[in-house]
Design a protein around this ligand. Sequence first.
Ligand code: V4E
Length: 222
Amino acid sequence: MSVEVERKFLCSADTLKTLEEMGVSAGQRQFHDQYFDTPKFDLTLRDLWLRKRKGCWELKCPTATSNGTTELSGVQSHAAALCTRYKEITDLTEIHLRVKEVIKDSCEVRETETSSSEGEESWLSNMNLVCFAEFTTVRRSFTLEEDGVQIDLDQADFGYHVGEIEVLIPEGGDVMSALEKIRKTAQKLGLTGDQKVEGKMNVYLKRNHPEHYATLLSAHVL
Ligand code: V4E
């Protein structure tokens, strides 16, 4: 399983121009995301993000924060603070196991047999999961000569756009080298801000579900 090391950024006209000059456009795609949680926010309070994208299930889970970054210098820890690190589980059986593990303490997981009339996604209601966010994103991607760096420019249909510099590493892989690639790329793009930039979900929840947003904010998840 790989880990996504990612830094979000706000993309100005100048940044876009620089990117078009230095990167190779890898095309544009569109996807619709639906995110699921229990009414008591059992998953998102643990920073677990269950979504369905293009008909496939994905569970984004945080990696241990100190994992591979215990010996950071000042510059490196500053770079790390601007980045997030998540594993993406796509195997449905493993997703079921992980979700069950989390919610078993807070609610009774129904172990009923699924009848065909209930449809293939009765596991959602069995685990008390409901859709709390859904939106469509148009994504332009660029690849850079810097090994394994991808840049995505996302335009969400609720009127927020954000960029991300992403490096994929194997689990237990070299986080410091990924952070360094991201730092160099940000420098080449002329990104000067030293504040963490909000992701799409952050903005979506703030606008549409302020109570959920406030709960995650006070739990220091967002
Ligand atoms: C991990 C996470 C969420 C799930 C969505 O992740 P995100 O990277 O924002 O979305 P997207 O569409 O770019 O996913 P990709 O295609 O790259 O897999 S929602 C909130 N989080 C946590 C989080 C955080 N705490 N801080 C920042 C800056 N981003 C995300």
